[in-house]
Design a protein around this ligand. Structure first.
Ligand SMILES: Cc1cc2nc3c(=O)[nH]c(=O)nc-3n(C[C@H](O)[C@H](O)[C@H](O)COP(=O)(O)OP(=O)(O)OC[C@H]3O[C@@H](n4cnc5c(N)ncnc54)[C@H](O)[C@@H]3O)c2cc1C
Length: 441
């Protein structure tokens, strides 16, 4: 039956973001469908025009930092058709993949796997749709059973759809150090999240860069340094780091147990102080650390230039950028050395900010609900603890590191987290009347 013109489309669930977290949720919801009295009306919004997983960072040396067996579903349901192994089988590459003898596929291949999964759920996702904010529908009693999700579609038009429950899986937002200001009209400075696109844009208008700064001491900085070295063999590249050394990520087996699904219970049940201590103890599994093979490549590049008597590559340790000056032909960085107290100004054609990500966009999206939300604490099953008046269920994926541990922003617990949330979503939706207006996606 066609909808009346003015009807606001209504859903059991709107999921915002269609990255790995909500993709895993789509699989889990699909599995539970068979045991439920009715399916849920679900729609996902994705602001990109098509599925892509960190596509601007997919350089030839970018590899997964997690085993392919920790895909979207296998840890929970190894017989799922959405496993990485089934993907390889469908693509007729299973034998060759086995011959590679590797647990860590390239990120290019993993992106292709995720795209392949997303294609199975394409009718449930609106691409090019950016959620702007979530507003309460306050009923006569003051209670909120429905939320309005305001979004902007790919034509720039605002849309409103209402939902009983919401899952925000927005990922990280690029962290830009205060000395930098990124502007559309300056192709010389960019964050690593736009690396390939920005590099292509720069090369198109300015040719090959001769002087490059890479800022950061993590995996992205190392990948960029090596990619720039391979791409522009005559460029001078400075790797500028705050610390005293490039450090390896700890992927040893005992430490890796912190990414086991059962570890989430362990950490969630600790006090705030104990959690902080544990997270800081294992920070070197994820933050400002680099795969050992990339560290060895960078060391070897620096060593070989000594042999050749060249001075093209420098690791600037203990350094931070305090100020920048943009000119037509370069960006000048005022660099402070915190060990010697000296400062120097260096000019670059290009500066890559591999400075990590922040996780606060959920707070902006939910700002209109601030009166009901307190301090964004979540239950063990990732539901926001809200004021009693707010009945709608709101779940967060990727914003719970301080309560659920370091795996929260990564891929390792996705199959279990998705199932925990999906079960509650079914229970919640089935306790309430079915949506009356169902929009076609
Ligand atoms: C370069 C890079 C490599 C990584 N490699 C690994 C790895 O090897 N192993 C690992 O465990 N983790 C890795 N990570 C961590 C990463 O966070 C996870 O791999 C994974 O991307 C988390 O999935 P997600 O869906 O929560 O977030 P994301 O993958 O970031 O997806 C969020 C999605 O939401 C969309 N979105 C955001 N805001 C809106 C909005 N308002 N409206 C609509 N859509 C929106 C975004 O476009 C995006 O597609 C890596 C991260 C980066 C940046």
């Amino acid at each position: 039956m066609p909808l009346p013109q003015e009807a606001t489309p209504s859903y059991d669930l709107i999921g915002v973001g269609f990255g790995p977290s909500n993709l895993a949720l789509a699989i889990a919801l699909d599995e539970l469908k068979t045991t439920s009295t009715r399916p849920l009306n679900v729609v996902f919004y994705e602001k990109q025009k098509q599925f892509n997983w960190h596509s601007n960072t997919l350089t030839p040396q970018s590899k997964m930092q997690i085993s392919f067996l920790k895909d979207l579903v296998s840890l929970r349901n190894p017989t799922s058709p959405f496993s990485f192994i089934n993907y390889l089988h469908q693509k007729d590459r299973l034998v060759e993949f086995i011959n590679l003898g590797q647990f860590h596929p390239s990120r290019l291949e993993y992106n292709d796997y995720l795209k392949w999964v997303s294609a199975h759920f394409s009718e449930r996702c609106i691409y090019g749709e950016q959620a702007l904010r979530v507003e309460p529908q306050i009923g006569k009693t003051g209670e909120i059973e429905l939320l309005d999700v305001i979004s902007r579609d790919c034509h720039g038009q605002q849309q409103t759809r209402q939902t009983k429950s919401l899952v925000l899986s927005l990922g990280g937002t690029p962290r830009i150090p205060s000395a930098f200001m990124l502007t559309e009209d300056n192709p010389r400075v960019f964050h690593h999240c736009t690396y390939l696109h920005s590099l292509q844009r720069f090369s198109h208008t300015h040719g090959h860069p001769g002087r490059i700064a890479v800022i950061g001491a993590g995996q992205s900085a190392a990948e960029a340094f090596i990619d720039l070295h391979d791409r522009f063999p005559s460029a001078h590249i400075d790797l500028i780091i705050r610390g005293s050394s490039l450090k390896p990520s700890d992927q040893s087996p005992f430490v890796n147990e912190i990414f086991a699904p059962r570890y989430t219970d362990f950490i969630y049940n600790k006090s705030v102080t104990e959690r902080e201590k544990l997270i800081s103890e294992f920070n070197n599994t994820n933050y400002s650390v680099i795969d050992i093979d990339l560290i060895e490549r960078i060391y070897s590049i620096l060593y070989h230039q000594q042999v050749a008597g060249e001075h093209r590559y420098t690791l600037l340790k203990h350094c931070s950028t305090e100020h920048t000056r943009h000119t037509e032909d370069s960006v000048a960085l005022l660099i402070q050395n915190h060990s010697t107290g000296e400062s120097l100004t260096k000019e670059y054609d290009l500066t890559v900010l591999a400075t990590g990500y922040e996780r606060s966009s959920h707070r902006e999206a939910l700002a209109p609900l601030a009166d009901y939300l307190g301090d964004f604490k979540t239950t063990r099953n990732y539901r926001l603890e809200t004021d009693k008046r707010l009945k709608s269920a709101i779940y967060l994926q990727g914003f719970n590191e301080s309560s659920h541990g370091l795996s929260d922003s990564l891929l390792s617990i996705l199959p279990f987290r998705a199932q925990e949330i999906a079960k509650e979503l079914y229970e919640y939706a089935l306790e309430r009347p079915e949506c009356q207006t169902i929009a076609s996606v």
